[in-house]
Design a protein around this ligand. Structure first.
Ligand code: 5GP
Ligand code: MG
Length: 178
């Protein structure tokens, strides 16, 4: 589909499924290169990364534990700037290599908050893997180890990403048609 309607907004096709899956494969190869034999824990952030982590783990060539976390900050098209913990990092992160898996890093406020939370668990290492990254909005200075695609400061939906809870289930990614 070239255009979709989500609630009151129209979105147009931005990243088709084939390109998404090729990107997932590249990220999975990078993780396999770096973590095979190391027994890391993947911590995907609900809800947006549910499709990404499912595809990512099926392309990796090593087994890993998966433990979802949930921190929220977005309402509609805007980040509230205030991050709330709904489901945090498990105790078993202590002493382990932990990979946080996100759908998108925008201002970086949410990720910085999560990194600080995870540090309290004293993991052996923290790595960040995000599918999308908006460098133009990024206000923090932590390192992002694995980036699928850097994008402009536009609002996207699909492949797990929502607009007010809708639009997540599309296999392609769509951009707001202003
Ligand atoms: P940050 O704290 O980095 O500003 O925002 C991170 C969170 O905001 C992401 O995990 C995601 O839930 C949401 N977000 C940021 N940009 C977008 C976007 O373009 N589309 C959607 N659907 N969510 C976004
Ligand atoms: Mg998210």
């Amino acid at each position: 589909m070239e255009k979709i309607q989500v609630l009151d907004k129209t979105f147009r096709l931005y990243m088709p499924e084939a390109e998404i899956q090729a990107t997932v494969k590249r990220l999975a190869d990078e993780l396999s290169r770096d973590f095979k034999g190391k027994d890391p824990i993947l911590c995907p952030v609900l809800t947006g990364s549910y499709l990404f982590v499912a595809d990512l783990t099926r392309q990796m060539d090593f087994d890993a534990q998966v433990s979802f976390v949930r921190y929220t900050s977005y309402e509609g098209l805007e980040s509230t700037g205030e991050v709330t913990k709904v489901m945090g990092f498990p105790d078993r992160c202590t002493g382990r290599d932990v990979i946080i898996v996100e759908d998108i890093v925008d201002s970086g406020i949410s990720m910085e908050f999560m990194i600080n939370e995870l540090k309290k668990r004293e993991p052996a290492s923290i790595s960040i893997c995000t599918f999308f990254f908006k460098p133009g909005n990024f206000k923090k200075d932590f390192k992002i180890d694995y980036v699928g695609k850097s994008i402009a400061n536009d609002f996207i939906v699909g492949y797990g990403l929502d607009y007010s809870g809708q639009g997540r289930t599309y296999r392609d990614v769509y951009i707001l048609d202003r």
